[in-house]
Design a protein around this ligand. Structure first.
Ligand code: XMP
Length: 495
């Protein structure tokens, strides 16, 4: 057996073969886009609408990283409002990940689409638990036929009450409730809420079943988002990551039942037997699901994933801000060259490519598009915002948040703590680090800045549509003095 294996290795050139050197690989800082004649008069003439997957298009080509310090519900909602999409990480239980997806799908421009309801017969204890779990302050109460029978808010519940009492004991009953229906507009709701001095307006259909909830708080915060990424029912688009381990298909099923719009098979080395097997199994079981697969860095990897059914391919081996894969393993591929190689292959199949990792500034994103990417996945650029999970903290008078590589020691430790399998923690070889990122305020402002930079970059390249620019950049490699010249130099910055 061993002999046959060695023989086959020799035959396919894996042993005693000549060392291969590919051409020089370039990364973001190694190249510049050559300016072209431009007829773009204003940034507003530039369209960034592009394919995320084979059948999903978005207005803003940003995807937030499926990292536990980057994407949960707040990030996914803000990304979707801005026209991008968030990919919820998988480093939690299936139930927790599904709850996040449901929260995003319920949230739509001030109308909660599927408000949390509780049975008429439930206890106060169960109600408190449900509110805490979902981070909400009220519950709609429904009977066995799912008809609305009342509403209870935290204010209706005395603090030292017997928790075995039924929640219906504390509710405002249906007969005293003001309700709206499917035709109630936000303006009408605003009027009703202020006339009746109430904070919640349940929406019901003709059968008295709950179809939504409008709250005073959401109306006060209401803004319109003309570029928002929405599904056919007007709900925000959201994606979720799955792995390749035994729970992958089960996780996928629950996520799809919660109406997730896209699944991401999230594996460090996507050009692998296990990724391809998971992808094929997913596509066989859920043929309608849009699946992004990765990460790869070569044409062969891209082709193999597409032939196994990928609807988009994620490119990037080791370029990320928190990655140590290239240092630990010696493997990787400079990102601009990886994007070019993968996008050229993916284009043969009409499949878009997502450039994942290593993006520091808007100029890098323009370069990624010029090289062939349709969208970019952002980690550290979004990690220090209000919407990333975790609280900011002060260090030497400056505000920071934490970002951690999903293959870092800390991330692995948390995973093992959750599964109580602590045996292998010490033997773990991390391929990522935990780090601080400067606190940056809200995501909307960051996205606005990035979009402005990209549109400006595209006007330097003389193109109005990302769809046309993608893969058509003309690049010039840079020397180290070119790079020095590109940055602020020979002056002291004021801040
Ligand atoms: P940026 O540069 O946007 O990169 O912060 C985010 C991407 O980095 C990848 N990632 C990792 N790569 N070890 C790695 O080698 C890790 O621990 C790790 N965690 C995340 C991932 O592709 C992400 O989108």
């Amino acid at each position: 057996m061993k002999l046959r294996f060695l023989l086959s290795m020799v035959m396919c050139g894996a042993i005693f073969s000549k060392v291969t050197f590919k051409e020089t690989g370039y990364s973001y800082d190694d190249v510049l886009l050559v300016p072209q004649y431009s007829a773009v008069a204003s940034r507003s003439d530039v369209s960034l609408r592009v394919k995320l997957t084979k059948s999903i298009e978005i207005e803003t080509p940003f995807v937030s990283s499926n990292m536990d310090s980057v994407t949960e519900s707040d990030m996914a909602i803000s990304l979707a409002q801005a026209g991008g999409i968030g990919i919820v990480h998988r480093f939690n239980s299936i139930q927790d990940q599904v709850l996040i997806i449901k929260k995003v799908k319920r949230y739509k421009n001030s109308i909660v689409q599927q408000p949390i309801c509780i049975d008429f017969d439930a206890s106060l204890r169960e109600a408190k638990k449900l509110m805490q779990k979902n981070g909400i302050t009220s519950l709609l109460i429904v009977d066995v036929e799912k008809k609305l029978t009342g509403i209870v808010t935290q204010r209706d519940i005395p603090s030292c009450e017997d928790e075995n009492k039924k929640i219906s004991f504390f509710m405002t009953p249906f007969n005293n409730l003001i309700t709206g229906n499917q035709d109630t507009t936000l303006d009408e709701a605003k009027k009703i809420l202020s006339e009746h001095k109430i904070e919640k307006l349940p929406l019901i259909n003709s059968e008295q079943e709950v179809i939504g909830l409008i709250t005073k708080k959401d109306i006060l915060n209401h803004k319109t988002y003309p570029k928002a990424s929405v599904d056919s029912r007007g709900r925000f688009l959201v994606g979720a990551a799955i792995g390749t381990k035994s729970d992958a298909l089960e996780r996928a099923r629950f996520l799809l039942e919660a109406d997730v719009d896209v699944l991401v098979i999230d594996i460090a080395h996507g050009h692998s037997e296990q990724t391809i097997a998971t992808l094929k199994a997913l596509k066989a079981e859920f043929p309608e699901a849009q699946v992004i697969a990765g990460n790869v860095a070569t044409a062969e990897g891209t082709r193999d994933l597409i032939e196994a059914g990928a609807d988009a391919v994620k490119v990037g081996i080791g370029p990320g801000s928190i990655c140590t894969t290239r240092i630990i393993t010696g493997c990787g591929y400079p990102q601009i060259s990886a994007i070019m190689e993968c996008a050229q292959e993916a284009d043969k199949y009409g499949i878009p490519v997502i450039a994942d990792g290593g993006i520091k500034v808007s100029g890098d994103i323009v370069k990624a598009f010029g090289a062939g990417a349709s969208t970019v996945m952002l980690g550290s650029l979004l990690a220090g915002t209000d919407e990333s999970p975790g609280m900011p903290f002060l260090k030497n008078g400056k505000k920071y948040k934490v970002i951690r590589g999903m293959a870092s020691f800390g991330a692995n430790l948390s995973r093992n703590e959750k599964t109580t399998d602590k045996n292998n923690v010490e033997k773990y070889v991390p391929e990522g680090v935990e780090a601080l990122v400067s606190y940056k305020g809200d995501v909307a402002t960051i996205i606005e800045q990035l979009v402005g930079g990209i549109k400006s970059g595209m006007s330097y390249c003389g193109v109005k549509k990302l769809k046309h620019f993608r893969g058509n950049g003309i690049f010039v490699p840079m020397t180290s003095s070119g790079l020095r010249e590109s940055r602020v130099h020979d002056v002291s910055e004021l801040s």
